[in-house]
Design a protein around this ligand. Structure first.
Ligand SMILES: Cc1ncc(COP(=O)(O)O)c(C=O)c1O
Length: 392
């Protein structure tokens, strides 16, 4: 009963500060009566004892004379760069698709029976089951008591112990190094070396971020500068993944489009890169080249020769290359093979790998079971590797 009474007080305090001083709680069917809530202009907290007003509240109450004050954050005052951001994966087509889906569920007849949403690479939403091993490791790391439980397999326990060992205080709750937990970066370096047939990878060149999006946005932020014609131009493929146009718009950089060749399975033609670059030089300073390989939404996989041409172009034009490789484990055609930009750059020799600056990105959000388990990448992570020093 006492608890109910307290709840009743709370709801009155939250919802009706300036209401009746006395309320009976009929709903409770008890003789209890609620004490008056202190009005903003009335006596001391001690006198009423129900709700404390902060000094700030009291000041505002006096100054505003009870009127609602204007909000600081409104659609008119919001950062215009953020307002200009468009993120098509959540845009009007998706909203329309949601409406159509709802109509179908309500029994409206259409010439089709289901909506397949192809706007986003959301594997679980499309029915891909979660990766048990990863979830077990995460569960064990966040609740180490489970390490004693017989329901978790030994390999997951081994991995969790290794990760916890690398965390300060042996707890996942502690701050990690800004670059990410050491042993995870070590494992990722080992994966990259294995993937790239022995081309060396150094954990010091690997950064863990909360998804590839976060990594891509962080590095673009570092690359954008200048005013007017010296403003950084960022070359992106069209069609693109909208993270790029959104980030460019938010950073007020200049978007430089290069078009993929639809008639040639959306291949990247290096002549188109030169065309776009030369045209952009008239109004901005193109300094960054973004590549999505394998492509999204186009699905093309670049040949080794094509990557060499792109890297040569970046070398000639002094462009920083961002190679988005989040779909590297999703190549299905027997005629295609994924080649990492890092490996190809390395194989082009020291003249290239000592000059071309490259950051490449991967994410467990797109990986398949086999790849993730062997990579040991336990969280959604992206890696960006920078241009080669002696120990890649
Ligand atoms: C080409 C591409 N890059 C980056 C991302 C974002 O990856 P993450 O989910 O790790 O932020 C996606 C997501 O679909 C993508 O398709």
């Amino acid at each position: 009963m006492q608890r109910l009474q307290v709840l009743a007080y709370r709801s009155v305090i939250a919802g009706a500060l300036d209401q009746q001083p006395l309320l009976s709680v009929n709903a409770l069917k008890t003789p209890c009566r609620i004490q008056p809530v202190r009005l903003k202009t009335q006596g001391s907290v001690e006198q009423y004892g129900l709700k404390r007003f902060s000094t700030a509240e009291a000041t505002v109450a006096t100054r505003e004379n009870g009127k609602m004050r204007e909000r600081t954050l409104t659609m008119d005052t919001i950062n215009p760069l953020v307002k200009a951001v468009e993120y098509a994966v959540r845009g009007p087509i998706v909203i329309k698709a949601g409406e159509i889906e709802k109509c179908l569920q309500e029994g409206v007849k259409k010439p089709f029976t289901e909506v397949i949403k192809a706007n986003i690479g959301d594997a679980h939403a499309m029915g891909q089951p979660p990766i048990t091993f990863l979830r077990q490791v995460v569960a064990l790391c966040t609740c180490p008591e489970l390490l004693e439980s017989p329901i978790f397999p030994e390999d997951a326990k081994l991995r969790a112990r290794r990760i916890l060992q690398a965390c300060e205080g042996r707890s996942l709750g502690s701050y990690s190094a800004s670059q990410g937990v050491d042993c995870i970066r070590e494992d990722i370096a080992a994966f990259i070396e294995q993937r790239d047939d022995g081309v060396p990878a150094n954990r010091d060149n690997i950064y863990l971020t909360t998804g590839a999006s976060d990594g891509i946005m962080s590095i673009l932020k570092l690359l954008v500068s200048g005013q007017g014609r010296s403003r950084t131009g960022v070359m992106i493929p069209i069609p693109q993944y909208p993270l790029y146009s959104a980030t460019i718009s938010e950073l007020e950089a200049v978007q430089v489009n290069y078009y993929l060749d639809e008639d040639n399975c959306w291949a990247l033609d290096v002549n188109e890169l030169y065309r776009a670059f030369n045209a952009a030089k008239k109004y901005c300073n193109p300094r960054v080249l973004c590549i999505i390989n394998p492509g999204n939404p186009t699905g093309q996989v670049q040949s080794k020769k094509c990557i060499e041409e792109v890297l040569h172009f970046a070398y000639e034009e002094k462009l920083f290359v961002l190679s988005d490789e989040v779909y590297q484990d999703n190549v299905y055609s027997p005629d295609c093979r994924f080649h990492s930009f890092k490996k190809v750059l390395y194989e082009m020799g020291p003249e290239y790998f000592n000059s071309v600056e490259l950051a490449s990105f991967h994410s467990t959000s797109k990986a398949t079971q086999e790849s993730v388990v062997s990579e040991v990448a336990t969280w959604r992570c992206s890696t960006w590797t920078r241009r080669s020093r002696p120990s890649w």
